[in-house]
Design a protein around this ligand. Sequence first.
Ligand SMILES: [Zn+2]
Length: 354
Amino acid sequence: MIRLPGFIDPHVHVREPGQTHKEDWDTATQAALAGGVTMILAMPNTQPPVFDAHTLDLALNAAQQKARCDYAQFVGAGPDNADLLPALASKAAGLKMYLDSTFGELRLDDMTLWMPHFKNYPRADPIVLHSESRTMAAGILFAAIYDRPVHIAHISLKEEVLLIKAAKERGLKVTCEVCPHHLFLSREDIPAISDGHPGRGEVRPRLATKEDVDALWKNMDVIDCFATDHAPHTLTEKDSDNPPPGFPGLETLLPLLFTAVEHRRLSLDDLVQKSVVNPRKIFNLPDQPETWVEVDENAEYEIKASEQFTRCGWTPFEGWKVKGRLRKVVLRGKTAFEEGIVLAEAGAGKNIRK
Ligand SMILES: [Zn+2]
């Protein structure tokens, strides 16, 4: 049995408020614990989005009642909330900016709308960018101009990892995360995931080429964090004419990465750095005392959606054979998960920004 610190997932879509048929604070945090994750940072593109004091309270109240692991909630940058967000910064995980096309209230149509956020948001608090390809380059330029750190969400392309490498070598304050699905899946896997339903292969950023995937592995030292971008949608929605993009990922994070350790593609030390040590540093997260996970490194099993806690009821990794089974999670001295059963009660999770 291997004992590791509890994982931190800095990129989770909890779906509450507004879309609790997909997931809520209860099921998302059960899925987290079942994946060895003891702290999640929740994204703000809910319905309504979390973008002012009222909507932040709405999300945090739901979390306080239902969360079974520790958490913090991001606020979202919109076209006209740059003046009011700094006052909320101490209560938020950080500021999330959607620089590529997004719908609704978090839409930032041009760069003049980025400026006040970079200028006003407290310098010591994290800014996370959804920015793909050349938009990412623009985001890094903003970080340089405003001389403040930025964290790039879910990189997936060779050009992205190479540009971040160059930016780091130049001394720019940029960090980044990668999702397991961009490390273990490429475009070539879409037919198998889809199984006749093309919507199931839809995710943003899209699954990339084999060459992109290889470049991420080759430049693993450039990558600061692993993050799931857990984005649950029901199968009915995924199989509809207008399928929403996104994969669930919380419960497959640990077994996939552990299997990579087993195959010597990743060291155990690297796994802990990118799942615990670096996210803690980048997002100013507190230590979780008496918190650990126990993994049976020799146990082999098959990933099955039917055994998962996420409400969405499917996984793009259905049937994958993995090695390394999570046996136990202890959160602040209490057993929170053991042998497939979530033991932490709703409301046991702590808001780490409180
Ligand atoms: Zn996301």
